[in-house]
Write a protein that binds this ligand. Structure first.
Ligand code: DGL
Length: 267
C-alpha cells in the first residue's frame, strides 16, 4: 500500500494536507472532502461515526496505508471507532493539538481556549486530552459552528464584516479568560486566523490540522514508510469544479492535480 490518506467533511482538512505535503514532499497523498455532507459538526455522534466509516472505507479502497483524520469533529467523536474497525494507523487532530497547546500554556499562565464545532465541544475530547497531559491547566471551550460556512465560502479576509461580527459574538466573552494558547480545534478555522486574532490578540493560535500533520510525519518516519513520488490526488463527494476553485485558498497554492467526484454513499 502506498498512499497516506487524509479526509475531512469538506475543505478544512486541506490545512492539514498542506502541512503534511510540506513535511513529506515525497509521499503520495490522497485527500477526500465530503463536501456533499458538510458540515459534520452540527450532526449527532451516530451520523458522524457512519460518515467517518464511509470516508475511511473509500480511502482504503485507494491503496492507503495510514489515515490522517483531518477533521476535529471526527477526531473527537469517532477516532476510537476507526482504530477498532480498521487495520491501518490513524492520526487524529486532538492529541497533537492538545500537546502543542499544553507546551505553550504550561510555560505561561496555564490557560487554554478551545474553539471547535458543536459536536467537538460537546464531546469534551480536547479537555480530556489536555487534562491527561497537565491537570493544572484551565480549559474553556466554545462552539463556533458558523466559522465553517464562512471559511468554505471565502469570508476570511481581515475585516470581513460578517466574519468579524460572528467572531465578536463567539469570542468577546472569552477575552477576560486571557488564554495563553487558543486551539483552532476545527481544521477550517486557520483560514479565519486574522479575524480571530483581532478579537483575541494575545494568545498563540494552535492549528489542529498543522499539528496533526507533524504527528503523521513522525509516524511515517518512525515506520519507515516507503517514499513515493510526491503525487497529489483529490476526491470530493460534490462538485469537483467548485472544490478546485475553493481548495486553493486552503492549500495556499493552486491544486496542481485533478479532482474526481465519488459517490460516498456506496462505501
Ligand atoms: N473541518 C471540520 C472539523 O475540523 C469541520 C466542520 C464541520 O464539518 O462541521 O471539525
Amino acid at each position: 500500500m502506498s498512499h497516506i490518506g487524509v479526509f475531512d467533511s469538506g475543505l478544512g482538512g486541506l490545512t492539514g494536507y498542506r502541512a503534511l505535503r510540506e513535511l513529506l514532499p515525497q509521499e503520495d497523498l490522497i485527500y477526500f472532502g465530503d463536501n456533499a455532507r458538510v458540515p459534520y459538526g452540527t450532526k449527532s455522534r451516530e451520523v458522524i461515526c457512519r460518515y467517518a466509516l464511509q470516508d475511511t472505507r473509500f480511502l482504503l479502497s485507494r491503496d492507503v496505508r495510514a489515515v490522517l483524520v483531518a477533521c476535529g469533529t471526527v477526531s473527537s467523536n469517532a477516532l476510537e471507532l476507526l482504530q477498532e474497525r480498521f487495520d491501518v494507523p490513524f492520526v487524529g487532530v486532538v492529541s497533537p493539538a492538545a500537546e502543542a497547546a499544553v507546551r505553550i500554556a504550561s510555560a505561561k499562565n496555564g490557560r487554554i481556549l478551545v474553539l471547535g464545532t458543536a459536536a467537538t465541544v460537546s464531546s469534551g475530547a480536547y479537555e480530556k486530552a489536555i487534562r491527561a497531559l497537565d491537570r493544572s491547566v484551565r480549559v474553556a471551550s466554545v462552539a463556533c459552528p458558523l466559522f465553517v460556512p464562512l471559511a468554505e465560502n471565502g469570508h476570511t479576509e481581515k475585516g470581513d464584516i460578517a466574519a468579524t461580527a460572528i467572531a465578536e459574538k463567539y469570542l468577546r466573552p472569552y477575552t477576560d479568560f486571557c488564554a495563553d494558547a487558543v486551539i483552532l480545534g476545527c481544521t477550517h478555522f486557520p483560514l479565519l486566523s486574522d479575524i480571530i486574532a483581532d478579537v483575541l490578540p494575545a494568545p498563540v493560535l494552535v492549528s489542529a490540522g498543522a499539528e496533526s500533520a507533524r504527528a503523521m510525519a513522525e509516524l511515517a518516519r518512525s515506520q519507515g514508510f516507503a517514499q513515493g513520488s510526491g503525487t497529489d490526488a483529490f476526491f470530493t463527494s460534490d462538485d469537483p469544479v467548485s472544490f478546485a476553485e475553493n481548495a486553493s485558498r486552503f492549500l495556499g497554492r493552486p491544486l496542481g492535480a485533478a479532482v474526481s467526484k465519488i459517490d460516498i454513499e456506496t462505501y
